[in-house]
Ligand binder design. Sequence first.
Ligand SMILES: Cc1cc2nc3c(=O)[nH]c(=O)nc-3n(C[C@H](O)[C@H](O)[C@H](O)COP(=O)(O)OP(=O)(O)OC[C@H]3O[C@@H](n4cnc5c(N)ncnc54)[C@H](O)[C@@H]3O)c2cc1C
Ligand code: SF4
Ligand code: SF4
Ligand code: SF4
Length: 364
Amino acid sequence: MSEHKIALVGTPCEIMAASKLQYYTDSPIDVKLGLFCMENFSYKYFVNLLKEYDLTMDDIEKFRIEKGFVFLLLKTKETVKIPLSVAKRIIRKNCNICVELTSETSDISIGSIGSDDGWSTLIVRTEKGEEIVNGAIEQRFIEAKALTDSQFELLNRIAESKTRKNIETIERREFLARPVLYQRQKSDDSISNEVSEASFLDLRSNVIDVGACVLCGACEYACPDNLITIDDTKPRRKGECPEDCHACFAVCPRTFIPEALRNDNSKPIGNFKKVLTVKSLKHTQGQDGSIVTTILDYLLDNEIVTDALIVDKEDHLAWKPYAKLTNAIDEVVKSGGTKYSVCPVFKPLNDLKDEVQNINEGAN
Ligand SMILES: Cc1cc2nc3c(=O)[nH]c(=O)nc-3n(C[C@H](O)[C@H](O)[C@H](O)COP(=O)(O)OP(=O)(O)OC[C@H]3O[C@@H](n4cnc5c(N)ncnc54)[C@H](O)[C@@H]3O)c2cc1C
Ligand code: SF4
Ligand code: SF4
Ligand code: SF4
């Protein structure tokens, strides 16, 4: 077992990758804090779009997406609105086949939909998640209230509409022979057979080359021979794979999903224990209720985890996200706020690779 117990923050696709890593390996990820996510953007295309508004990433204090607009809160305190109908062209293609809004395989999911300004909506999904939230309330890290019926309905309605819209895209793509493997409802036996015959070439043709890759970096981390490298565009392989390896294909969130991790899309926000609206009693610099930052603070302070795997922004390139493993609370606080573009979140785990075991045993 790993010496590390890591709390990961991620979007629904990244949380699914973490869940598959847990399913197939002795993963060091112990707590999954999932974000809500409607869409994500390419950093490079975002920079180009801003040029049309005579802006650079450096001009921006904070991003916010709501009510059909991307709101740019500028350092000058002005606000610029970009209609989502315009920003649509910079949304990553893989997001159009994503049916999950609320990180259904997390321990705790967090987002803004359903809550008032300055508060976050929090979905408790697992016993571990419930223990963490109860502890954070008892130790006065956070305060919590029940969501009203209308707030709960709004959340379900938005989740359902994302799923419905993107299922239509998936059906169109499958009809055009562009596979969306993760939405195929296969039995575990049949998944096991498919995985045991798959290799990087199958990952490339079924995920990477057809615009389904979410750029999470789980394949790079899982590769026992370090053959995969991932940059801002896609994973690439250098060298020949051993015959009996399927690790990258197994852990990818866009290949077949084991039955235990799957929602048949009949439950808009997946399985849960309770849904709350919550606010931090310790931090204020976050995106919404600063709940992610505060729960990480609680987890590190109480030594429930050893490290947090978070997404910060580069100092030299405004709003460019990069993933970081840390146990320092000031670094966690600094990483607060949403960066609306992707980066390979599992990259910092590459240093812990020696601890990865059993991927291929699990996949066989
Ligand atoms: C791409 C994206 C799209 C989102 N879309 C929605 C939405 O449609 N509706 C909704 O209600 N909420 C959405 N969210 C979640 C929302 O923006 C807030 O992250 C959430 O409400 C938590 O707020 P907070 O104040 O508790 O978090 P904070 O305390 O500010 O902490 C935010 C945490 O998010 C992590 N983070 C920031 N950017 C990224 C990233 N790109 N990838 C992975 N982790 C990141 C950081 O590590 C940080 O720890 C989205 C988040 C992302 C990253
Ligand atoms: S695929 Fe896109 S929309 Fe779906 S969770 Fe990932 S970043 Fe968000
Ligand atoms: S060695 Fe295994 S994990 Fe690495 S690229 Fe080849 S099949 Fe994928
Ligand atoms: S191909 Fe690799 S980087 Fe892309 S979604 Fe799959 S695991 Fe993530």
